[in-house]
Ligand binder design. Structure first.
Ligand SMILES: [Zn+2]
Length: 265
């Protein structure tokens, strides 16, 4: 099986300093983010555009060896300040999923979860348009970062189609992709996402994306701010959120066992 038969998609959130353990999971320091991308590049990885991934899932052209997708949920300003320069230097495309009602505001949905009760700035319209001119692609993360399975049919359609409309007006083109807030989804949410006219949707379920993945449940590896570059590389190699050495050892042992069993048959 060639490396391009399975594509890892990485999920980051805020790029900037973390001030407590809760934030350390969702925020990566600018230095560590740069180290992550450099480690991937040294291992022969390269980021591909979101359209290339979805085209490939639909039977389109093959992807380069070592292809990965880099995504950022929520649209924090720190992505522009700290991630954009790193990605421009590598000439790597990336995708940001925006909360359409909160453009130019802050991540108010985290206030209850973050023990510090603080919020951080999100990109404003001008910054988004500037990044778009520089090759960044923007897609939907709903209108208000709602937990979609909790909504009734009308509210669900509002979040899905409403954000698509608002972002299309801002960006001047269609918005074919969405990332489910909190990764919350069920069959009803998936059906509503299809009905709202999206082409594909991104979950937070870990794993590789093979061509047979459900395009409305594309998998992503959750990258934590505390992940060292070595741990990130293990996550990418194993396609999971647990990049611990113990997990890596079990993975290779299982593979070895199944190979030995296969050979003895
Ligand atoms: Zn989010």
């Amino acid at each position: 099986m060639s490396a391009t038969a399975r594509v890892p998609a990485l999920m980051y959130h805020r790029v900037g300093d973390a001030h407590n353990d809760w934030e350390a999971r969702y925020a990566i320091s600018p230095e560590n983010f740069a180290a992550h991308m450099q480690a991937l590049a040294r291992k022969g990885h390269r980021a591909i555009g979101i359209d290339a991934l979805v085209d490939w899932l639909e039977g389109g052209p093959p992807l380069p060896e070592g292809a990965i997708l880099v995504t950022f949920d929520d649209g924090f300003r720190g992505v522009r300040d700290h991630a954009l320069p790193v990605m421009e230097k590598l000439q790597w495309p990336f995708t940001v999923f925006l909360v359409s009602d909160l453009i130019g505001q802050e991540d108010i949905w985290t206030r209850a979860a973050n023990p510090a009760g603080v919020t951080y700035p999100l990109l404003d319209a001008e910054e988004i348009r500037d990044m778009q001119r520089r090759g960044v692609s923007f897609h939907s993360h709903t209108r208000s970062h709602a937990s979609l399975p909790t909504l009734d049919a009308e509210q669900l359609a509002e979040q899905l189609a409403g954000s698509r409309q608002a972002l299309s007006a801002l960006l001047g083109h269609g918005v074919p992709y969405i990332a489910y807030p909190f990764g919350h989804l069920d069959d009803r949410v998936e059906a509503a996402t299809r009905a709202a006219g999206y082409r594909a949707a991104f979950s937070t379920q870990s794993g590789f994306n093979r061509r047979d993945v459900n395009r409305f449940r594309i998998r992503r590896i959750d990258v934590y701010g505390t992940d060292t570059p070595a741990k990130l590389l293990r996550k990418v190699r194993l396609g999971c959120n647990d990049g611990s050495l113990g997990h890596a050892a079990r993975y290779y042992l299982d593979r070895l066992k199944s190979r030995l069993l296969g050979a003895s048959r």
